[in-house]
Design a protein around this ligand. Structure first.
Ligand code: BES
Ligand code: MN
Ligand code: ZN
Length: 512
């Protein structure tokens, strides 16, 4: 993990492998953003002109690398575009800064130390730049470089490693607010990256059992209590949803409970994550073209796990329980068939019409179980439906809830931390499309509005009177396109920042 330091050293005296500056579109052409005055001076005040001559436009995320002049102690200056310069008394948008820092950090993979001289008007800008840089520096290299290890490849073979150190210039290590902002950013970014690692880990290695073991070890290191139900305990406990999904696999399911408690907490949150370590579709097998990225189907559980650990590291004054509903959805002689009826943990029976609608089955059990503790609110996170991706695209998650104010809060919180989301309804008339002639309900309803149908299914398993929201992260959890800003290819760590902010707001009683 990339180390973060705050530095009061001048840009002209700091040694690093690269110096990052911001460049924006001003009313009269390119302008060098605040924070890089000393760098501009080293170019005789002509940095904007040099960048202009090199073709820079100041567009968001645009990267221009240039040789550093003699006055600086770095070999390379990297200018990152910040878009339109704000009015005189305004600051750059936090998400613009986060993305710019991320794009710069990505462009510096393979180097050791980078100093960031971006505009830091206040503590929230420190958080944004620090998060962006640490998230952009992420790379998943665990499975690369095999040739190098066997000694057959050339010496330089192997993946480019992320930046080892990010120094923020202009952030003051002795300023309490700046220090807290940087520490928070470091915890949050570390945990987002943990969630990304879990999502990226191939499903032959990240089985439900392996996921439970990782979660257990890390949680304990951070003072979080862990309880794991294995397949025997799940059968005995009547978890028909989780067992029904997991029983077709050689890798048996797990239900993990993580409990973080604070002695002075007044509220308790429960986070519930869909953790399908691989979704083949089961007997309703997915066709080729739809299963290549299905290792990502545990992204909800990864987000829940990472968030609970982040909350523990930050020592927030709130109790948070994390539930990881872990199973592998595989077709086999022991797999659930379309037509089977499962008895859920709640006692409700479900006719499985499509074994590929498995997320709702594992979540149903976990939601009922989480409700037994009577938390103040439950939020589940799941790569639940392709329909949500069709509706909102691959960067925005859907927010559904049984409480309008809570849904609005989650949407606002996501916005605040730079995660795109959109409130979605739970139309009552869709509920009856899951009526079953055989069981209490079916695991599928109409195709149109499939994401909302899935939300309505989950709602059935939330305890009476408990505030609940559902985040369908099927779109943003796994990024298949080219990297942008601080978002890499593959696992993104979607929803971690939102969950952590929700916990922070709940801790301070500031839920709007
Ligand atoms: N894991 C998938 C949803 C998904 C799709 C996640 C694309 C990420 C990207 C889920 O288990 C699923 O297969 N859902 C079905 C439900 C349907 C059978 C009712 C779907 O959306 O097609
Ligand atoms: Mn599925
Ligand atoms: Zn799935």
């Amino acid at each position: 993990m990339t180390a973060l330091t705050l530095s009061t050293a001048g840009a002209a005296t700091l040694r690093a492998d690269a110096l990052v500056v911001g460049v924006a579109k001003g009313p009269k052409g390119l302008v060098v953003a605040q924070g890089a005055e000393a760098v501009d001076k080293a170019y005789d005040g002509k940095l904007a002109a040099v960048l202009d001559a090199l073709g820079a436009s100041g567009a968001e995320g645009e990267i221009t690398k240039l040789a550093a002049p003699a006055g600086l102690k770095v070999p390379v200056v990297l200018a990152v575009g910040l878009g339109s310069a704000p009015e005189d008394d305004e600051s750059f948008d936090e998400e613009v800064l986060r993305r710019a820092a991320g794009a710069a950090a990505r462009a510096l993979h393979g180097r050791k130390k980078a100093a960031f001289a971006l505009p830091l008007d206040d503590a929230s800008a420190v958080t944004a730049v620090a998060e962006g840089a640490l998230l952009g520096a992420y790379a998943f290299t665990a499975y690369q470089g095999g040739e190098k290890k066997s000694g057959n490849g050339d010496k330089n073979a192997g993946p480019k490693q992320p930046l080892a150190e990010v120094a923020l210039l202009g952030a003051k290590p002795r300023d309490k607010e700046h220090k807290a902002a940087a520490e928070r950013a470091s915890v949050v970014a570390t945990e987002v990256n943990v969630a990304r690692d879990l999502v990226n880990t191939p499903p032959n290695d990240l089985t439900p059992e392996a996921f439970a073991a990782v979660a257990s070890a890390t949680a304990k290191e951070n003072g979080v209590k862990v309880q794991i139900l294995d397949e025997k305990a799940l059968v005995k406990g009547g978890y028909g949803g989780i067992m029904g999904v997991g029983k077709g696999s050689e890798n048996p399911p797990r239900l993990v409970k993580l409990s973080y408690t604070h002695p002075k907490a007044e509220k308790t949150l429960a986070f519930v994550g869909k953790g399908i370590t691989y979704d083949s579709g089961g007997i309703s097998l997915k066709p080729a073209g739809h299963n290549e990225t299905m290792k990502c189907d545990m992204a909800g559980a990864a987000a829940v796990f990472a968030s609970v650990v982040a909350v523990a590291k930050l020592g927030l004054r709130v109790n948070v329980t994390g539930w990881l509903a872990l199973a592998e959805n595989m077709p086999s002689g022991s797999a659930t068939r379309p037509g089977d009826v499962l008895r859920m943990y709640s006692g409700k029976t479900v006719e499985v019409l499509n074994t590929d609608a498995e997320g709702r089955l594992v979540l149903g059990d976990a939601l009922t179980k989480a409700s037994e503790d009577n938390p103040d609110a439950i939020v589940d996170v799941a790569t639940l439906t392709g329909a949500m991706v069709l509706a909102l695209g691959d960067r925005t998650f859907g927010v559904m809830a049984n409480d309008d104010a809570f849904r609005t809060s989650l949407h606002e919180i996501a916005e605040e931390v730079g995660e795109a989301s959109w409130p979605m309804p739970l139309p009552e008339e869709l509920r009856k499309t899951m009526d079953s002639p055989t069981a209490d309900m079916a695991n599928m309803g109409v195709r149109m509005g499939g994401g909302l149908v899935a939300g309505l299914f989950l709602r059935e398993f939330v305890g009476e009177g408990i505030t609940w929201a559902h985040l369908d992260i099927a779109g943003p959890a796994f990024h298949e396109g080219a990297p942008y800003g601080y978002t890499p290819k593959g696992g993104t760590g979607s929803a971690v920042r939102t969950l952590v902010r929700l916990a922070e707001r709940t801790a301070t009683g500031d839920l709007g």
